[in-house]
Design a protein around this ligand. Structure first.
Ligand SMILES: NC(=O)C1=CN([C@@H]2O[C@H](COP(=O)(O)OP(=O)(O)OC[C@H]3O[C@@H](n4cnc5c(N)ncnc54)[C@H](O)[C@@H]3O)[C@@H](O)[C@H]2O)C=CC1
Ligand SMILES: O=C(O)C(=O)COP(=O)(O)O
Length: 528
């Protein structure tokens, strides 16, 4: 039995490892304790990789992982996964979004309480120094303090709820939610960031991206209350670290609770030298409960994706397959085949691809566009193209992609049309699906047709004069090519289109002979 290789790049709970070990068609490699340079050697065999924040899925990793189909980030934040790099290579990236929520929420509360009661310092004085000096440890209470929560997602909103239980006055800033998500829970909502800067304690729970990096820096801290407390259990770099250090030193920031650092592991970070910081080594997700659940979900998702069955919580799929109704699926297949056919007969560099849909199908024109790109690019680039990387590659190659929905006046219930623009002009193809999944090409340029997009075919545009069928037949017979079907369509200006389905491949000499016929206008060979 051929087996899929799943490489586990970071420590995950045994529960998931046991699943991988006990699955017959999985060969799993545990590489968590292996040097990251050596990992590059191991990763080349992986069909699927499971990673956490300790493994950067960067250019080096992806270049080494030549066989990779999918990657599971066994956690929430995927800022260290090069999603564009994955898309470009057709690798599906997934995360495990909710299994560590409670762990991160509770660590945030722990940091908040630790900062207010200076817990680690009080603890060390007694435990390490054996000094009993109660007068050194007057802390503050959460009760009645104003808490600003930046980011009101899975973690942020639960932190806010727990803070309410401590009778804090809680306000949140998250421009991407409806205000009622907060106000329904009795939490104030603001779109004015200054309201957050006016709080006694501020905690951040956003993803790390271009918009959120340095969200709190020198200028923002200047506007804060003297003696503010800052918590970061999300990602290093959301609070500018230099600004944190400087303002902790000056006392503008009374205390900071930090679980995450811009560069990890952070064993010689300036924050570690300060007396008013509580730190943990990125332990937000480190509870046994959360790691067990993440590990199980990661293992199951890795197996499903290795087998190509499903991609739960995919981050870079242009299409959510679960939302595509059954009647659209054959159109997707037809669109890809027709695009493949059209690109073969276009014989010139493609500049633009436009997909239009009629009928109920129009709602899904974006998905059809993606599959048209797959079809076109499979011919024109020689790259391994799938629906994850198709639009990405098209954009990179400067191919203009567009969609159109048109009024249904073709007489067909649903119809899809692909128009390709090349240096030699425009070509178009239309198709529909009849009952029982009968897929048909119904138009090629201006010629009305009825052909199944399947097998080997010669497509010949010719002057509509007598004798052409016989001449074509004799050239093919001379070359031992059997004709299985011959379809003729008459167009305008005394032009006709012949689609000749054949049993054997027609080489370039045969196509040249056909093109040399007096009646010939254009001849192409295509294969689906
Ligand atoms: N320390 C640790 O071990 C852990 C850290 N995390 C970090 O916490 C982050 C949040 O996790 P979840 O709550 O599960 O994610 P989530 O996706 O449920 O919530 C993120 C929230 O941030 C909001 N947001 C995005 N951009 C924003 C902006 N510019 N300003 C304000 N709000 C913005 C979003 O609208 C969303 O509501 C993750 O992205 C991850 O980086 C998550 C788990 C464990
Ligand atoms: O889930 C997240 O975003 C986390 O930060 C947890 O990261 P980890 O899996 O513990 O490396």
């Amino acid at each position: 039995m051929s087996k899929y290789t799943i490489v586990v790049c970071d420590h995950i709970h045994d529960a998931g490892l046991n699943i991988l070990q006990n699955t017959e068609d999985i060969n799993y490699v545990y590489a968590a304790d292996i040097d990251k340079v050596k990992l590059l050697d191991i990763i080349k065999n992986a069909d699927v990789a499971i990673t956490r924040s300790s493994t950067d899925v960067d250019e080096k990793f992806l270049n080494a992982a030549t066989n990779l189909k999918a990657i599971i980030r066994a956690g929430v934040g995927y800022d260290n996964v090069d999603i564009d790099g994955c898309s470009k290579r057709g690798i599906i990236a997934m995360n495990v979004p909710t299994a560590n929520t409670i762990a991160a929420v509770e660590l945030t509360m722990a940091h908040m309480l630790s900062c207010l009661r200076k817990f680690p310092y009080a603890h060390n004085q007694l435990k390490e120094e054996r000094v009993w000096k109660r007068e050194d440890w007057y802390g503050n209470e959460l009760y009645g303090k104003k808490l600003g929560v930046i980011g009101f997602g899975n973690i942020g909103h639960r932190v806010a709820l727990r803070a309410k239980a401590f009778e804090m006055d809680v306000i949140t800033y998250d421009p991407y939610i409806s205000s009622t998500k907060a106000t329904d829970l009795g939490i104030k909502y603001t779109t004015n960031f200054e309201d957050i800067l006016a709080c006694d304690i501020i905690t951040i729970h956003t993803p790390k991206n271009k918009e959120t990096i340095d969200m709190i820096s020198f200028d923002e801290i200047k506007k804060m209350k003297d003696g503010v407390v800052l918590i970061n259990c999300a990602r290093g770099g959301l609070y500018n670290e230099e600004a944190l250090v400087e303002n902790l030193k000056s006392g503008k920031i009374a205390m900071a609770g930090i679980d995450v650092f811009k560069k990890e592991p952070a064993t010689s970070h300036p924050l570690l030298d300060l007396p008013n910081v509580t730190v943990t080594a990125h332990l937000g997700a480190n509870t046994k409960e959360s790691q067990r659940e993440i590990s199980i979900q990661s293992a199951n998702n890795a197996i499903e994706s290795a087998r190509g069955i499903s991609y739960p919580n995919a981050l870079n799929l242009p299409i959510d397959e679960s939302k595509i109704p059954a009647f659209v699926k054959p159109y997707i297949e037809l669109t890809q085949k027709m695009a493949f056919l059209l690109a073969q007969i276009s014989k010139s560099q493609i500049r633009a691809v436009e997909v239009s849909a009629e009928g109920d199908l129009s709602e899904y024109v974006d998905s059809l566009q993606t599959f048209a790109s797959v079809g076109v690019l499979s011919v024109s680039t020689g790259l391994s193209v799938n629906y994850v990387n198709a639009n990405f590659i098209a954009n990179e190659k400067g191919i203009d992609l567009s969609t159109k929905t048109i009024t249904n006046n073709s007489g067909y219930k649903n119809r899809v049309t692909i128009k390709i623009t090349t240096a030699n002009g425009v070509k178009s193809i239309s198709g529909t699906v009849f009952e029982d999944n009968i897929q048909r090409v119904v138009k090629l340029d201006d010629f009305v047709l009825d052909i199944e997009p399947k097998g080997k075919m010669i497509i010949m545009k010719n002057k509509d004069i007598p004798g052409v069928v016989g001449q074509v037949g004799s050239i093919l017979a001379k070359n031992n090519i059997n004709i299985s079907d011959f379809r003729l369509s008459r167009g305008k200006n005394d032009h006709a289109l012949a689609v000749i389905l054949i049993d054997e491949k027609a080489n370039s000499k045969v196509i040249e002979d056909l093109d040399n016929l007096e009646a010939s206008i254009a001849v192409a060979y295509a294969e689906i």
